[in-house]
Structure formats: structure tokens, C-alpha cells
Ligand binder design. Structure first.
Ligand code: GN1
Ligand code: MG
Length: 368
């Protein structure tokens, strides 16, 4: 898209200063992201983003959620007289004629603008120190939002609903649209998935029985969705599109799924896939420090289940996409989605092997 067009879009928002340049920023796979540089030294720079409305069909809902979440966090930070608040919570800029509208529609595309947070560092992998900091920050994020006065919308329906994800897989198994069902490795994975299906749907059952609450969760807790300062402390949680009500297992389990895997989620060398107990312990310590106060015993007791649930769920989702003919995730080669599914399955096997130690550590944290 040419720069004049982008300048036109920016001009719809109530930003401060004069735009000098608009340039690409980062490498997000879902939304298109650009940096808007302003001329004046005392005006911030901005991040301009086109929201992918294939993945997020109700952009108005996404932005209503984000408005509620960022204003609530800001109020909390102000109440505790935090310093440097503009770097600790995202600031979205409304359109010129409506203070509560945080997006503009141009040629049927959805755009939004937020303040660019200067001097922030992003990470792609964690060590035990940054894992502890991440646990603290995601726990703090959930904790600050535990008393948000509005009900948030579900921006992707049934996003982390295990029963739904299994149903989706079973439907594609029945239809076999890509003709991949007969592959022996697929059959092996399916058997492993079905053997654990009932146990893995425990959260939905407890939800129905009314013993497990839903709370505001981030639902995409990767380390690259947080900004760090130069002292390795988390400044700000970003990428808020998936913030929605869910069981707290989402944020805890999904972080460990990526952060505590010894290799990337698409590494084809299955013997290298393993669960990193040091990362697990550090993250859990940080998370329980900030979230431990508001969590119910039933939530804490089931954290080991959450550790297993997310690799399992991601295995189901990747296999679903493989059998569907690779429609959701971008693939670099024909079996890419199968490799991802198999990798997640091996991570699950490693977690099962470490399960007694995983449980023992939670007990230890609760006693200490
Ligand atoms: C997608 O785009 P990214 O990497 O942030 C997916 C996550 C999966 C992840 C697996 C909206 O996230 O749920 O865990 O891929 N996000 C959506 O790589 O489906
Ligand atoms: Mg992201």
C-alpha cells in the first residue's frame, strides 16, 4: 500500500504531531504492522496496524475489549502511583470525532493506531530469569483484570475450548478432505489423541459443574507478546486481540507450551523435543507470586493439568489443519503441519514423564 494512502488513514486518528515517515515494523503473521514517525521531538511515534478480520471476524468487539482492558489497567497503575505508565500499558488513539472508537474502516479494512513504546526490547526465547519475569507479568495482568467491571466478548468463539477442538478434528477425520487420513503416522497420532480425549476435557466439565470460573485471560501468552526494559523486567503485555474470558489455564499452559519446549514448535527432530523443568519452575514461581492471591484452590491444583492441556490442544489443532489441507497455518513444506502436531505430541509425552515432578513443585510452592 502506498504511503499517501497510509497517511490518509493516519489522518483519521487524533494523533499528536506531523507524520514524517511510515515504515514496516516487525514480522507479525496475523496483522500488518507499520511504524509512524512524527517530526516533532515532543510527540510520540506510533504503531499503525491493519487488523486481520479473517481471524478476528468482529473487529468492533476486539477493540471494545481492548478499550476496556487498557483503561482498566491504566486506572490500576495510576491508583498505585506507578511511574512511567505510558510504557506499561498500551495507549490506543481514538478517531478524531469519537473518543471511544479505537479503529477506522477504510476500503473495508480495519485500522488502528497505538503509541509506540520507546526503548523496549522484545525476546523470542526465555532463560529462567526472563521466564520468572514473564510469569510475574502474566499473573499480574490477570490479577489486574480480575475485577474489570464489564463483561468482555469472546473474540474467537471457543478458541481454547478443548471439546470444540476435538469435535473439529473428528469432523475432518470423517470427511478426510485432503486424503491424508490413511498415513500410518496420522493414525498413530489420532490414537494417542483419542486415548487422552476424555481426561483433557476436564476443564469444560468443571466449568459446566460450576466449580471452575472463567476470568479475563490474554490467550496468546508467548514471550514475544511482552516488552522488556533494559534490566530484563517486563514493561508491558502487548498483542491484546485474543484477550477474552477463559479458564486461567490458558495463560499459564500456553506460555509453557512454547517457553519450556527445548526446541521450536515445528522442529522435526522429535528426539530433541523435551519439557524444560527449569523454565517451568521459574515461570510457575513468578506466576504464583502475582496470581496466587486471587486464584482459587481448584485453579492452582489443576495447573499441572494445564501444562499438559496446551501441547495436547495445539497437537489437535495442527493435526486438524493438516487433515483439512493446511488452510489455517502457513506451511513451508507439505508435511509442516504434521511435523508441528507430532512435535506437540512429543512435548506432551515429555510432560507426562515429568508429571510427578511437575506436581511436586506446585505443592512445594504452596507450602513455601
Ligand atoms: C497462532 O499467530 P500466533 O503465532 O500468535 C494461534 C495460536 C497458536 C499459534 C501456534 C489466533 O498464534 O493460538 O498457539 O499460532 N493464534 C490464533 O503457532 O489462532
Ligand atoms: Mg504476537
Amino acid at each position: 500500500m502506498n504511503e499517501d494512502k497510509l497517511r490518509d488513514i493516519v489522518s483519521q486518528f487524533a494523533i499528536k504531531g506531523t507524520v514524517s515517515k511510515i515504515e514496516p515494523l516487525g514480522a507479525g503473521l496475523i496483522n500488518d504492522t507499520l511504524r509512524v514517525i512524527t517530526e516533532e521531538a515532543d510527540c510520540p511515534n506510533y504503531v499503525l496496524q491493519r487488523v486481520n478480520d479473517n481471524v478476528f471476524p468482529d473487529v468492533a468487539m476486539v477493540m471494545r475489549n481492548i478499550y476496556a482492558v487498557t483503561t482498566h489497567i491504566r486506572t490500576k497503575l495510576e491508583a498505585k502511583e506507578a511511574t512511567d505508565i505510558d510504557r506499561k500499558v498500551l495507549t490506543f488513539i481514538p478517531v478524531k470525532d469519537n473518543k471511544e472508537q479505537l479503529y477506522a474502516v477504510v476500503d473495508e479494512q480495519y485500522w488502528r493506531i497505538m503509541v509506540f513504546i520507546p526503548d523496549a526490547i522484545t525476546k523470542q526465547a526465555v532463560n529462567p530469569e526472563s521466564s520468572y519475569a514473564a510469569g510475574l507479568a502474566f499473573g499480574e495482568f490477570q490479577s489486574m483484570l480480575a475485577d474489570i467491571p464489564v463483561e468482555l466478548g469472546e473474540t474467537i468463539k471457543d478458541f481454547h475450548n478443548m471439546e470444540f477442538r476435538l469435535q473439529q478434528l473428528r469432523e475432518v477425520v470423517n470427511a478426510d478432505p485432503a486424503g491424508r487420513l490413511h498415513e500410518p503416522q496420522v493414525q498413530e497420532l489420532l490414537a494417542g489423541i483419542e486415548a487422552r480425549a476424555e481426561e483433557m476435557c476436564k476443564a469444560e466439565r468443571m466449568g459446566r459443574e460450576g466449580v471452575l470460573p472463567k476470568r479475563v485471560c490474554h490467550c496468546d501468552t508467548k514471550v514475544n507478546n511482552m516488552l522488556f526494559d533494559d534490566k530484563d523486567q517486563v514493561l508491558c503485555v502487548i498483542d491484546l486481540d485474543t484477550v477474552m474470558p477463559n479458564f486461567i489455564f490458558s495463560d499459564y499452559g500456553d506460555f509453557l507450551r512454547t517457553g519450556a519446549n527445548m526446541v521450536a514448535e515445528d522442529c522435526p527432530e522429535m528426539d530433541k523435543v523435551a519439557f524444560n523443568m527449569d523454565i517451568y519452575k521459574a515461570f510457575t514461581k513468578g506466576y504464583l507470586k502475582s496470581a496466587g492471591q486471587f486464584l482459587q484452590p481448584v485453579e492452582i491444583e489443576n495447573l499441572p493439568y494445564a501444562v499438559a492441556l496446551f501441547p495436547y490442544m495445539q497437537c489437535v489443532r495442527f493435526l486438524w489443519d493438516y487433515l483439512s489441507g493446511d488452510k489455517y497455518w502457513k506451511c513451508q513444506y507439505p508435511t509442516h503441519n504434521f511435523v508441528r502436531a507430532n512435535n506437540q505430541y512429543h512435548l506432551l509425552l515429555s510432560i507426562e514423564k515429568n508429571y510427578p515432578a511437575i506436581k511436586a513443585f506446585i505443592d512445594e510452592c504452596l507450602q513455601g
